[in-house]
Design a protein around this ligand. Structure first.
Ligand SMILES: Nc1ncnc2c1ncn2[C@@H]1O[C@H](COP(=O)(O)OP(=O)(O)OP(=O)(O)O)[C@@H](O)[C@H]1O
Ligand SMILES: [Mg+2]
Length: 280
């Protein structure tokens, strides 16, 4: 079992516990609070977690438990109020090319074609034209959009736009891919195809992924580990390793195995227990 916070009011980390490790990511005693006219909101309290190289970690939990806040801190877009986050032993203090962030809404540049969108980051880095053209082709093929290289985002479906966002982010060769409900706006069938795509991308690019989702089935199918979060304040409640035989058969068969059904039921029961009787 990984280290993670279980108690609702744990003590602040001692200096010795803030020593970084060489894990891909090491989150050490991180809390985050926001102060506004309405008072102070503790979005996250004492989060500690190690994420290994090449791991696919899913953050699951009720609305408001701090999933996006945690992802934004790993991306370097927010600063922890307490605690520290390390990437391979170096403290994260700002955004970096080693971490790519994908949101629920499609974030391609509407005035650029698919090819130019994917080339964008490489152009900013000054990569020679020939090299970036071939790199862009590689990532566009990886997400299956080679027929749409010269299309503009408005000519694409939602699923295709999200595939452009994935290709564009992967083309920057991030070591960690941070995805905040990336398939939330997609219909179930497209979502299903995106899971295959993600498994394929993971196998080929060996990227470490942290993905936020509300979809329990998606979490079980994709995750090496599911970090189940609770709220008020946002904290880690449980870390679950699905440990299913993912290569044993197709996804449709896997979904109906007793192990899958038992795990899905366990997670849904835990989620329900964390839900308030009234919406907040
Ligand atoms: N910039 C901010 N200012 C004030 N409060 C904030 C800010 N960002 C987040 N919060 C608060 O922090 C808490 C966690 O928010 P966050 O967006 O991380 O939750 P979430 O788990 O991603 O929720 P959802 O599943 O609905 O996306 C919420 O109570 C939210 O109101
Ligand atoms: Mg969110």
């Amino acid at each position: 079992m990984e280290e993670h916070a279980m108690s609702p009011s744990p003590p602040m980390p001692t200096p010795s516990s803030t020593e970084p490790t060489r894990e891909k990511l090491h989150i050490v005693g991180v809390s985050k609070w926001f102060t506004s006219r309405m008072g102070r909101t503790t979005a996250l309290q004492d989060i500690s977690l190690k994420i290994h190289d090449g791991e696919f970690v899913v953050l699951l939990g009720a609305s408001g438990c701090g999933k996006s806040t945690l992802l934004r801190m790993i991306a370097g877009l927010e600063v922890p109020s307490a605690g520290r986050i390390f990437a391979e032993g170096r403290e994260i203090t700002s955004p970096g090319r080693d971490r790519g962030l994908i949101f629920q809404t499609y974030t391609s540049f509407p005035w650029l074609t698919v090819r130019k969108n994917v080339e964008y980051g490489m152009r900013l880095r000054g990569m020679p034209r020939k090299e970036r053209t071939s790199q862009a082709r590689h990532f566009i093929e990886l997400v299956g959009l080679e027929r749409f290289m010269d299309a503009y985002p408005y000519q694409l479906s939602g699923g295709m736009k999200q595939r452009v966002a994935i290709a564009r982010t992967l083309a920057n060769r991030p070591e960690v891919l941070l995805m905040d409900e990336p398939f939330g706006a997609l219909d179930p069938e497209t979502r299903w195809q995106m899971h295959d795509l993600m498994s394929d991308v993971m196998a080929k690019s060996k990227t470490t992924v942290i993905m936020v989702t509300h979809d329990v089935e998606e979490a079980i199918l994709l995750a090496d580990r599911i970090v189940f979060m609770g709220r008020n304040p946002g904290r880690i409640r449980e870390v679950i390793e699905p440990a299913l035989e993912k290569n044993a058969g197709d996804k449709e068969s896997l979904r109906t195995t007793p192990a899958f059904i038992a795990l899905e039921r366990k997670i849904r029961c835990t989620m329900r227990a964390d839900s308030p009787t009234t919406l907040q």
